[in-house]
Write a protein that binds this ligand. Sequence first.
Ligand SMILES: O=C(O)CCC(=O)C(=O)O
Ligand SMILES: [Fe+2]
Length: 223
Amino acid sequence: MFAGELFGRGREEPAPGVVLVPGWLGAAEQRELVAECREWARPPAGMRTVTLPTGGVMSVRTVCLGWHWYPYGYARTVLDGDGAPVKAFPPRLGELARRAVAEAYGDGVGEIAGAAGFAPDVALVNHYPHGAKMGLHKDRDERVDAPVVSLSLGDSCVFRLGNTETRTRPWTDLELRSGDLLVFGGPMRFAYHGVVRTLPGTADPDLGLVGRLNITVRQSGLE
Ligand SMILES: O=C(O)CCC(=O)C(=O)O
Ligand SMILES: [Fe+2]
């Protein structure tokens, strides 16, 4: 427990273009999103493990909406899985993500590339079972520089926000908890980032979720 928590966790801007809004989603909204993720996870085009070109298998399980992400590109079918057409991008999730960007940047929305006209069309839903993590990477398969919206549910995690140049320091480790909103855009849109570890057992049991879910909502720039 940090002394600062006596005063609650406030909005943070850990780097230019990166905004963390703790507890952005209320308990009811979190429960609704978890229920939706369960539906999205069902086959066909459901949650799957991703095998990298190196032969490594990612420890998270992923389902995509709108466009199917595979290493490294986007397609309309699950070409590295069951071959089914990707599920539609839910308009409600798009609305939520647009509100997220507007609220995160506030009056500064005009200074962040692609933020004012944010038109998301793809979401990646990652489930982190206990012990899962995600190595440092850039989200670079999108063709535009609009911000990425990230929503966290369930167990907390240590999220590593790196830099745009190298996979090494400097980086900032942030704790992301259930309901937190993280937006990264502007000068940090193509920064390295990853999940060092999750913190098992930190989720509110009422959420009924084992592990951690993360939803990133993005604008692909694809037609
Ligand atoms: O789980 C997270 O917080 C980050 C996920 C991520 O970086 C991604 O899906 O590209
Ligand atoms: Fe990412």
